[in-house]
Structures are given as structure tokens and as C-alpha cells.
Design a binder for this molecule. Structure first.
Ligand code: ADP
Length: 460
């Protein structure tokens, strides 16, 4: 059933009826009652007789002519007192009758007209009214024709609306079927609406939403899979150490086993902390907006990692006029800290941290605004072009054996990217002139430049 049409149908019929009545009243007000015009044309013969034959008679012949008309026509002509005729009329008609005009009664098929205004026809003729009945008036046909006209207009409006609403209804049904199937778990279904359709923007949004939900669920499934996999290794090692602990020969061996188990527990703890950090960054309110000095934050992040650079050259090119930025200082520091820690881990000899800021762009809304660029690069093995997107996925590592040795879970870059995205920024990777990887972090300086940080306190 096409519900759109059945909802709109009574509304359109009502609108056309209201339009018909409004048109009638407007025309009556501006040009006089159209029905009266029609009735006057239909009664033109008797009116002609009255005005041109009876009225033109000399006073002594007036009654004779009146009787003659009575005899030859089917009209009924009666004389009634003016006082009797006036009360039955409305104000406008009463005035017209008093002025000596013809007053038509369409429903009664009759007319009223004063005999004369000066009493010249006979004694007291100024107080008498000629009531002519059985006039050949029939406005029924005109009313039927008018109704037919509005009916044709209504049909001409309703037919295209019915066709239009039917196509929309079918498209709505197919969209709701897609939503049903998606709800049942078939996450790959998509709406296929024609570009010309009015529902195309809606189906586009639905498809984008479905795409996002599918990829989010996929990412969650992969994450769960990776987490189980990552957790399994230290648990297996703890189980193994426990077995060995039972058979330990002396206190020294027991102590050594316990230390190994503590290491594994620390690893598990670290993994859980990193995971919590990553999932919290999925919430837009994970960040707290504040104004802070970027140069200071970069210096602090580097200082905190000083021990990691031992034995490696660490160069900084940080202009002091970098200025302030609006955002969550801890999250920005965490992102940069993760990049620096990686640089320190993978560099052979050198890590370089540099930063610059774009000239303030036009302040027009929607403009690019002012951006800050932070670069962390090293002379390590670099990152192959085909892995430059994947390294930001949780638990993705280029070389598992190498990274296991360096103690990474593969979550550092995922956390860094999420923290930067929360600020409306980006992290990309390129080749460094130093020979290794070059991480380019772009951050909008202010909230207006695209950061989506609400003024709420961070929970972590
Ligand atoms: P991890 O904690 O294992 O370092 P990350 O998410 O920080 O995890 O990095 C993901 C992977 O990206 C790393 O395992 C490593 O293979 C690669 N990677 C990250 N930074 C660098 C770098 N500076 N040079 C070379 N490879 C890197």
C-alpha cells in the first residue's frame, strides 16, 4: 500500500475545496457574485420586458401592459407592499431595492423591483413592489460545470502525485528492506538507489553509515583476535614457568623463575594499559581542551626519552616562536613521545625532531587556518611504501621477531594516530633524507581549525 499517497490524498482534496471556496468569495468581493451574473443573463428576457415594455408605458397604460405580460408569458407578476418585501432582504439588497434597482433571488427564481420611486403610476405606487416569479433561472448546470472543472484539476494534480509517491514508496520500501537485512547481520548489503531519485542522498548516507559500521565491527573483530593472540604468549610463558617452578632445584632457580614470571606479568599489564588507552581514544570526549606551549611540550617529550637515545645522536630543530596550540597537552605529548620512542628504537645512529608552523591563513570560516607540523625522522630501516598505512593498525608490526626483541606491542602508532585525529590532525609517513622513516604530524593550532575537543575533563 502506498502510504505516502493515502496520507496526501485527503490533504489535496481539502486544499482544492478550500481553493474553490476562496476563489468564489474573492471574485464575489472584487467583481460581484458570479452566480448572479449568470442568473441575470438567463433572466434577460423578462427583465427586458419589464424595463423596455412595462416601464416605458404612460402612467394610465402601465397596469394594462402589466396584465398583457401576465397573459402572454408564464411569469407570475404580483404587486406586494414595499414594507413586506424589505424585511426579507439583507442590507445590500434592501438598499438596492430602495434605490429602484432589480433585486434577484436566484434560489426562488424571482425578482423584486419597486413600481416607481415618485408615485406617478397610480396612487401609492411608490410603496409597492413588483414581485416577478417563475423566471427561467437555472444555475445548477453552471454549478455542475464548475464542480467538473475542479474535479479535472484535482485529477490532473493527483495522478502525477500518485505516480511520484508510488516510486518514492517503492524506494522507501527497498531502503527499509536493506536496513532490515543489515540489522539481521548481513553487513555487506547496500542500498542501490538511482542518482536521479529524491531519496538518493538518504541512501548515500545509509550506505556510508553501513560502510562505517561494517569497518568498525571488522576492526573490533580483528582487535579481539589480535588481543587474544598477544595475551596467549605471555600466559603460555607464565604457565611454563609455573611448571618449572614446581620442579625447581633450589631457591636460586626458584627466584629466577619468579622473576621471569614477574616480567611476563608486567608485559601483560603493559598490554592491557595500552589497550585501554587505545579504546578510550575512540570517544570524542577523551580529550580536554587547553592552551599550551607546543615548543615546551616537544622539549618535555624529548627529555622524558633521554635514556632511550643513549648511544644515538638526537638532533632538535625547534623554533622558539612555535607559539601555543589548543588541544589536550597530554595526548599531543603522548603521540610525539610514541614517535620519538620508535625513532630511538629503530634508528641506527640518529633521530631528528623538527617543527614548523604555517603562516596564519585567512580567518574565513572553513579556511585552512594555522597548522603546526612536527617531524620525527631517523636513519633506521625505514618503512616500505606498501606498509605505510597498515603500521597504524593495532598490533601491526613489520618484523615480529625484531619488534618482540624491542618490546613493542604494535599499539604505539595506533594510539598516536587516534590522539592526533581527535585534534583534527593527521600523521603520515614518508622517506627521510637520513635514510629511515619520516613521520609527519600535522596539527591544527586552534579549535576553529577543525579540532573537535569538547571542554570536558579527561578520565585518563
Ligand atoms: P611498536 O610498539 O611495535 O613499535 P608501533 O605501533 O609503534 O608499535 O609501530 C608499529 C610498527 O611500525 C613497528 O612494529 C615497526 O615495525 C614499524 N615502525 C614504527 N616506527 C618505525 C620507525 N621509526 N622505523 C622503522 N619502523 C618503524
Amino acid at each position: 500500500m502506498n502510504r505516502i499517497f493515502y496520507r496526501i490524498f485527503p490533504l489535496i482534496v481539502l486544499a482544492i475545496a478550500v481553493a474553490a471556496v476562496a476563489i468564489y468569495f474573492l471574485l464575489s468581493r472584487l467583481f460581484g457574485d458570479p452566480l448572479e451574473d449568470i442568473a441575470r443573463k438567463q433572466a434577460a428576457g423578462p427583465i427586458f420586458l419589464l424595463e423596455q415594455y412595462i416601464d416605458q408605458a404612460p402612467p394610465d397604460e402601465w397596469l394594462v401592459r402589466l396584465n398583457k405580460v401576465r397573459e402572454v408569458s408564464g411569469l407570475s407578476l404580483e404587486l406586494v407592499p414595499l414594507d413586506t418585501a424589505l424585511p426579507a432582504l439583507d442590507d445590500a439588497r434592501r438598499g438596492a431595492l430602495e434605490r429602484g434597482n432589480i433585486v434577484l433571488d436566484i434560489g426562488g427564481k424571482s425578482l423584486l423591483r419597486r413600481v416607481d420611486l415618485a408615485g406617478e403610476r397610480y396612487v401609492g405606487s411608490e410603496d409597492e413592489v413588483l414581485h416577478v416569479r417563475n423566471l427561467p433561472i437555472d444555475v445548477g448546470l453552471e454549478l455542475k460545470m464548475e464542480a467538473l472543472r475542479y474535479l479535472v484539476v484535482a485529477l490532473c494534480v493527483l495522478v502525477p502525485i500518485a505516480l511520484w509517491s508510488r516510486s518514492h514508496w517503492l524506494e522507501l520500501l527497498s531502503l527499509s528492506q536493506v536496513a532490515d537485512r543489515f540489522g539481521e547481520g548481513r553487513l555487506s548489503v547496500r542500498a542501490r538507489t538511482k542518482k536521479a531519485s529524491g531519496l538518493y542522498p538518504l541512501s548515500l548516507r545509509m550506505n556510508q553509515m553501513a560502510e562505517r559500521i561494517e569497518s568498525l565491527l571488522g576492526a573490533h573483530r580483528d582487535l579481539l583476535h589480535s588481543v587474544s593472540h598477544e595475551v596467549r604468549t605471555p600466559i603460555a610463558r607464565i604457565e611454563f614457568s609455573l611448571e618449572l617452578l614446581r620442579d625447581a632445584a633450589g631457591p636460586d632457580e626458584r627466584e629466577a623463575r619468579i622473576r621471569l614470571m614477574e616480567d611476563d606479568l608486567r608485559e601483560l599489564n603493559g598490554l592491557v594499559n595500552e589497550l585501554l588507552q587505545l579504546t578510550r581514544l575512540d570517544q570524542p570526549q577523551a580529550a580536554r581542551a587547553q592552551r599550551f606551549s607546543l615548543a615546551e611540550t616537544l622539549h618535555d617529550s624529548a627529555a622524558r626519552l633521554e635514556h632511550a637515545f643513549a648511544g644515538k645522536r638526537f638532533a632538535q630543530e625547534l623554533p622558539e616562536d612555535l607559539g601555543d596550540m589548543a588541544g589536550d597537552r597530554r595526548l599531543v605529548a603522548r603521540a610525539i613521545g610514541n614517535l620519538l620512542a620508535n625513532g630511538a628504537k629503530y634508528a641506527h645512529r640518529e633521530v631528528r625532531l623538527s617543527a614548523s608552523s604555517s603562516a596564519p591563513a585567512s580567518s574565513a570560516p572553513g579556511g585552512d587556518g594555522d597548522w603546526i607540523e612536527v617531524i620525527v625522522e631517523d636513519d633506521g630501516p625505514g618503512i616500505p611504501a606498501d606498509a605505510r598505512e597498515r603500521i597504524f593498525e593495532p598490533f601491526y608490526r613489520l618484523d615480529r621477531s625484531r619488534d618482540r626483541a624491542t618490546g613493542g606491542f604494535g599499539l604505539g602508532l595506533a594510539i598516536a594516530r587516534k590522539a592526533v585525529q581527535l585534534h583534527g590532525g593527521t600523521i603520515t609517513v614518508a622517506d627521510s633524507p637520513l635514510g629511515g622513516a619520516k613521520f609527519i604530524l600535522r596539527l591544527p593550532r586552534g579549535m576553529a581549525s577543525g579540532a573537535r575537543l569538547p571542554e570536558t575533563a579527561s578520565r585518563n
